[in-house]
Design a protein around this ligand. Structure first.
Ligand SMILES: CC(C)(COP(=O)(O)OP(=O)(O)OC[C@H]1O[C@@H](n2cnc3c(N)ncnc32)[C@H](O)[C@@H]1OP(=O)(O)O)[C@@H](O)C(=O)NCCC(=O)NCCS
Length: 139
């Protein structure tokens, strides 16, 4: 049975293992603690028969939503799990009156691009610019 629910701390090791197995960067416990003080309802996991099979991390800054770190375990793919996670996250963004949701995909990641386009997320020509602030989080 498939169940989508909010992340709880005992999930951390399984979530980290899933991110590693799917080539995603792992958020540290400190980074997640900071995130969970803002919008804990936007960090979701999917369980299949009580095994953690998918994860997605949403954030909302008051103006835009962001989707990060979506991952589904290879053995559970193409069964609609990522779609279920994103649909639940979208519901939660809507409950926050979030008018637009953004995400980043590597241009060469054609599978992910196909997935996102199937869900209505369309590529934009903007270029991501970024600068490190030279600060190590103290938490
Ligand atoms: C991308 C990913 C999250 C999709 O998870 P999933 O549970 O298999 O996705 P769904 O079953 O909900 O797929 C929904 C639709 O998206 C499209 N899609 C999903 N994976 C696809 C792929 N590999 N190639 C082409 N289209 C794909 C299809 O249209 C699919 O519908 P269909 O199966 O009826 O054809 C999963 O492959 C994954 O974890 N990949 C590694 C991590 C990653 O790329 N994350 C996203 C980075 S931005």
């Amino acid at each position: 049975m498939t169940h989508i629910r909010e992340f709880v701390w005992p999930d951390y090791d399984n979530v980290a293992a899933l991110w590693i197995a799917t080539g995603r960067d792992v958020l540290t416990r400190a980074e997640l603690t900071a995130k969970l003080t803002r919008d804990p309802q936007l960090f979701l996991v999917a369980e299949v028969d009580q095994t953690l099979a998918g994860v997605v991390l949403g954030t909302y800054d008051g103006r835009r939503g962001m989707i990060l770190r979506l991952a589904v375990a290879p053995e559970h793919r193409r069964r609609g799990l990522a779609s279920l996670l994103v649909a639940e996250l979208e519901k939660r963004f809507a409950a926050l009156d979030c008018p637009r949701v953004n995400l980043l995909v590597l241009p060469e990641d054609t599978s992910a691009l196909r997935f996102w386009q199937a869900l209505g997320y369309l590529p934009q020509p903007d270029v991501l610019c970024t600068k490190p602030m030279g600060v190590t989080p103290s938490r």
